[in-house]
Design a protein. Structure first.
Lengths: 776, 50
């Protein structure tokens, strides 16, 4: 394992660092091209400093290894922090270099599958390999909820494949049937074609029609109807009628139309499900955060205990980079905690013995020992998970527009068909076969497939249009919900702001002080120090006798002088600042000189004000909810023109405020990025989060937007409104077509050929109309 | 036209073979990672020189 990392830091002598070809003398690269390409890739060391520390170490995850026999082991993990294919190749390459190890990364699901021969404990080394590169690994629960979704999707795909095969082959036969007539073909040949079509169509109907039959049956059982009821009725009756015709040597068999209809409907349904499939259960993700183990100290002995089994009174060691497993009190050590889970702020808060810490906080500076005060079920994290689960159930009850239409459409259509049949047989004394045919034609021509396509056609196109603008739509009905909103709730940090600390007063500092400060800051893990170090591009000085004190700062010797960088009460005790100013700061005190103040600010996104203005001008109410300090929230709200703002809001409060708005009858869009927004994101009618958010938050949101432009929110809203308008237009077009065609069919003027053409024609019109979502 | 008695079933059997192959591929997990497959062509083979 050491070799793998070693080979990243130092190449073998005289081989090009980039391409591996031998190069001359002491050169690091064989040519200018390789040198230029290599400069574009940041060094792994610096990358490591920038990415978050790993959550669980190698030894924690070993418990999840499954073994096929004594020395064949495998492990599946979720990778966090993977941004692109190059990351996957880096991970795979590093792991596959080890003997006996086979590693494969699935880019679509971000899973790492590790298989290796040998010692079970090797898992720890392999895991450390990956976390050493700067990625976070989480255990993957193979019994998770997503398997159900994946199975459902596979089932649909099977049905789709069979329907596709069937419609292709029946079409083969139909070409002959339509191109000829009884005289040229002969009765026997035509019957053969019909029988062969029947042979293909009937098993296909039974197999591939199941998604619709199941759904229709489920609805009918409870006395309701949905879109699938008329579809199922049409499919079954048409197949039955065609079979009847075939048996009686009739002329009109519709196996081709009905199987094609089934195929197109399945295509629409599959595409719809794929967009929906991207939304993983966000609550499961949060649960996975506590799926690991904690290090419990009992009588001087350390052992690993699954977090779910922690009890109050237990002593737990929390290492640097680890999350506190449950609500606890510090009994030894002092450090600084990242409370972004609660406040959304990355500025750490110092804690000492006796302070309370919450499950979910990240320990940033130094190891501490805590005593559990509340078990996992009663912790803040568990509260948030419960809220999210409740919200998820609420989402499932949302009745989609298409299904609402079906409620009325279905009974009307069936009544019409039945009425037609009765009128022809009883009223006009026609034989029942032709009467049934006319009734069937009515059912066919009312074309549930145009209605079935009306919504997915628009949504798929709207999705891809949004995608081009850097927006990922995770569930198709999110667009419907987005179009109806009247209130927008924004989180502050990371959503309205860029989410990182920027130096606010570089002019007051000067080059020398920057250099000294950055040189010290390079040795600290504190977020403020990291921001300082990353923004400094010059040469660093050597620092001796480095000492980092959590809660205070970092000190060292530069050029013989004692230097301190840290909090005011430690490094600049007598300094004065304006009373109102409580922005994050750090002070540089060089022995013998005046302390220098470094002020940090989280800058607003460049288009945040414009976005808020556009939303407000469109008549939407904009609210700002933040976990940050009051002064920061007030100044942000003032700059953006938001009158309605709340500060120091906890994750549970955010959720409650969103619910209160909904209970008032408002439709709420929540935009947030932090872990502390996750519950509120799920409670809102629809939610958006930036791609810089943690994976968990992205999963809780309905839409994810890339890049730094907050205007994406406005773009999404406008597209949603346009889509819903087009969907309504599509429904209108379908109905208009029906209004024309149905009376004709009822009167017996429509031959089945016309019916089939009209059916396809209406679907085509609907799909073409949907293309308009791309323009404007 | 008697030849159709042979030709059509042959066509159907070939179609069924195709369908069977598709189902096998699905079960084998060939469609599980479309993004990965798309990106792997860009990966350099570590065994080759360049």
């Amino acid at each position: 394992m050491a070799d793998a990392l070693h080979s990243l830091k130092q190449p073998m002598p005289n081989l090009c660092l980039h391409c591996g070809q031998p190069c001359s003398g002491e050169d690091r690269y064989c040519c200018r091209g390789c040198e230029a390409a290599a400069q574009m890739v940041p060094e792994p060391e610096k990358q490591r400093a920038v990415l978050n520390a790993p959550v669980l170490s190698g030894k924690d995850l070993s418990v999840f290894v499954s073994s096929r026999d004594a020395d064949q082991h495998s492990l599946v993990l979720l990778i966090e922090g993977m941004r692109c294919a190059a990351c996957a190749f880096l991970i795979e390459g590093t792991l596959n270099k080890q003997p006996g190890v086979a590693a494969r990364v699935n880019l679509t699901t971000r899973r790492l599958t590790l298989e290796w021969k040998g010692d079970k404990g090797k898992a720890a080394d392999l895991i450390d390999c990956v976390t050493g590169l700067g990625y976070t690994l989480r255990p993957f629960d193979t019994k998770a909820l997503q398997d159900d979704d994946a199975r459902e999707e596979k089932f649909l795909l099977h049905c789709l494949a069979v329907a596709g095969f069937a419609s292709g082959n029946i079409m083969l036969l139909s070409v002959g049937l339509w191109a000829s007539n009884q005289q040229d073909m002969g009765l026997v040949t035509r019957d053969l074609m019909h029988w062969l079509s029947a042979l293909i169509a009937i098993p296909t109907m039974i197999f591939a029609g199941r998604p619709f039959f199941r759904s229709a049956w489920q609805a009918l059982r409870f006395g309701r109807t949905n879109m699938d009821v008329p579809i199922s009725v049409a499919l079954i009756l048409t197949t039955g009628m065609s079979l009847f015709e075939t048996v009686h040597h009739g002329e009109h068999a519709y196996f081709d139309s009905v199987v094609m209809l089934l195929f197109l409907l399945l295509v629409g349904r599959y595409l719809d499900r794929r967009t929906r499939g991207k939304a993983r259960s966000a609550a499961e993700d949060l649960l996975m955060m506590v799926a690991g183990t904690a290090t419990v100290e009992e009588g001087g002995v350390l052992r690993l205990v699954p977090i779910r089994d922690l009890a109050t009174g237990m002593l737990v060691r929390v290492a640097v980079g680890e999350r506190v497993p449950a609500d606890a009190e510090i009994v030894s050590g002092q450090s600084e905690m990242d409370a972004s889970f609660i406040s959304g702020e990355t500025v750490t808060q110092p804690v000492v013995v006796g302070d309370a810490v919450y499950g979910g906080m990240v320990n940033v500076m130094a190891p501490i020992t805590v005593r559990i005060t509340a078990t996992h079920e009663k912790s803040l994290l568990a509260d948030v998970i419960k809220l999210m689960e409740k919200a998820e159930q609420g989402h499932a009850q949302y009745v989609r527009l298409a299904d609402r239409v079906a409620r009325y459409y279905t009974p009307v259509v069936h009544a019409l068909a039945l009425g037609t049949f009765l009128v022809w047989t009883v009223g006009l004394n026609l034989a029942w076969q032709p009467a049934l045919m006319i009734a069937m034609t009515v059912l066919i021509i009312t074309c549930p497939c145009a209605l079935g396509l009306a919504v997915p056609a628009v949504q798929v196109l709207a999705s891809s249009r949004l995608f081009k603008h850097g927006l990922l739509l995770k569930s198709a009905d999110a667009l419907e919900r987005l179009a109806t909103i009247d209130t927008v709730v924004f989180d502050k940090t990371g959503t309205l702001t860029e989410g990182d600390l920027q130096l606010a007063n570089p002019a007051q500092i000067g080059g020398v002080n920057m250099q000294w400060a950055a040189s010290l800051a390079a040795h600290s893990k504190h977020p403020i120090a990291r921001s300082l170090y990353e923004n400094y591009g010059g040469k660093l000085l050597d620092v001796a006798e480095i000492e980092e004190l959590p809660g205070r700062g970092i000190s060292g010797l530069i050029q013989g002088k004692q230097v301190r960088l840290g909090r005011r009460d430690w490094s600049a005790v007598h300094a004065e600042i304006p009373a109102q100013d409580d922005r994050p700061e750090t002070w540089l005190a060089i022995d013998g000189a005046e302390p220098v103040r470094f002020v940090f600010e989280d800058s607003l996104r460049s288009d945040a004000a414009a976005t808020v203005a556009q939303l407000q001008n469109a008549g939407l109410r904009v609210i700002l909810l933040s976990g940050d300090r009051e002064s920061a929230v007030q100044s942000a709200a003032a700059k953006l023109g938001i009158a309605d703002w709340h500060a120091r809001v906890t994750p549970v409060d955010k959720n409650n405020l969103v619910e209160k708005l909904r209970n008032e009858g408002r439709r709420v869009l929540m935009v947030g990025d932090g872990l502390n927004d996750a519950a509120a994101l799920m409670a809102a009618d629809v939610s958006i989060s930036p791609s810089t958010a943690m994976d968990i938050t992205q999963n809780a949101a309905d839409i994810v937007f890339q890049g730094h432009k907050l205007m994406a929110v406005v773009e999404a809203w406008r597209t949603a409104r346009r889509s819903v308008r087009l969907v309504k237009e599509n429904f209108f077009l379908s109905f208009f077509y029906n209004a024309l065609a149905v009376p004709l069919a009822m009167m017996g003027f429509v031959t089945p050929l016309i019916a089939a053409l009209a059916m396809s024609g209406s679907s085509l019109v609907v799909v073409l109309n949907a293309q308009r979502v791309k323009r404007g | 036209m008697d030849i159709l008695i042979y030709l059509i079933p042959i066509a159907l059997v070939m179609g069924l073979l195709g369908l069977g192959a598709f189902f096998w591929a699905l079960k084998n997990g060939q469609f599980d990672d479309p993004e990965g497959a798309a990106n792997r062509i860009l990966q350099d083979d570590p065994n080759e020189g360049a």
